[in-house]
Write a protein that binds this ligand. Structure first.
Ligand SMILES: CC(C)(COP(=O)(O)OP(=O)(O)OC[C@H]1O[C@@H](n2cnc3c(N)ncnc32)[C@H](O)[C@@H]1OP(=O)(O)O)[C@@H](O)C(=O)NCCC(=O)NCCS
Length: 174
């Protein structure tokens, strides 16, 4: 992680909406990150149906993306991915905070997501933001030699800031 931070030190990290013209680059990052990646068509559908599709750039290069759907009272994070050479420098955390803030501003009360129980980096990220595991979807994901369950995580967006502050204060007292 320290190496990644040093390599990209001083580069400006920015966010912007995903465009149709990003789809090729997004699909390339997706394919390099997952064993069972989304197709370019799925990303195109996400744009067309109006999901929140957010790009992160670092030093002018595409470094990652996040996709979130909005419902009545709850939002759902469908994909968060950071290019391998930009990992470990806080990009996913900042992207998650942006998505979380966007869902809150839109009046959502809950934020849901699914994650493979074996994806420790992602789970540690979500739990550090206050997500709690609320269920399991059996055989949800494609996996080598069969299917893998999904852990379902939920974040209560109401009072989120107070709970985060309490966590920070608690740590400071240790
Ligand atoms: C999971 C992923 C999005 C994290 O992106 P990232 O930009 O490297 O994450 P950050 O640098 O913002 O790290 C935030 C937190 O995530 C956790 N984390 C990230 N990478 C980790 C690793 N390799 N090992 C352990 N924890 C890790 C830590 O809690 C970290 O906080 P810390 O730096 O204070 O310890 C990235 O690894 C990725 O794109 N993976 C492939 C796609 C994927 O699995 N997406 C999630 C699908 S549910």
């Amino acid at each position: 992680m320290a190496l990644a931070r040093e390599r990209h030190v001083g580069l400006v990290v920015t966010h912007r909406p995903m465009l149709e013209s990003d789809l090729g680059a997004v699909a390339a990052i997706e394919t390099s990150a997952y064993l069972f990646p989304w197709s370019i068509g799925i990303f195109g559908d996400c744009l067309r149906v109006g999901y929140v599709c957010r790009m992160v750039e670092c030093g002018g290069e595409l470094a990652g993306y996040g996709i979130m759907s909005m419902g009545a009272g709850e939002a759902h994070i469908l994909n968060v991915c950071v290019r391998a050479d930009f990992r470990g420098m806080g990009i996913a955390r900042r992207l998650m905070l942006w998505l979380l803030g966007h869902a809150r501003s839109a009046g959502q009360s809950w934020l849901f997501l699914e994650v493979r129980p074996t994806n420790l980096p992602a789970i540690l990220l979500y739990e550090s933001l206050g997500f709690v595991r609320v269920g399991l979807r059996h055989a949800y994901y494609q996996a080598v030699g069969g299917r893998e369950d999904a852990a379902v995580y939920r974040l209560d967006l109401i009072g989120w800031e107070d709970r985060q502050q309490a966590l920070i204060d608690g740590r400071a007292e240790l």
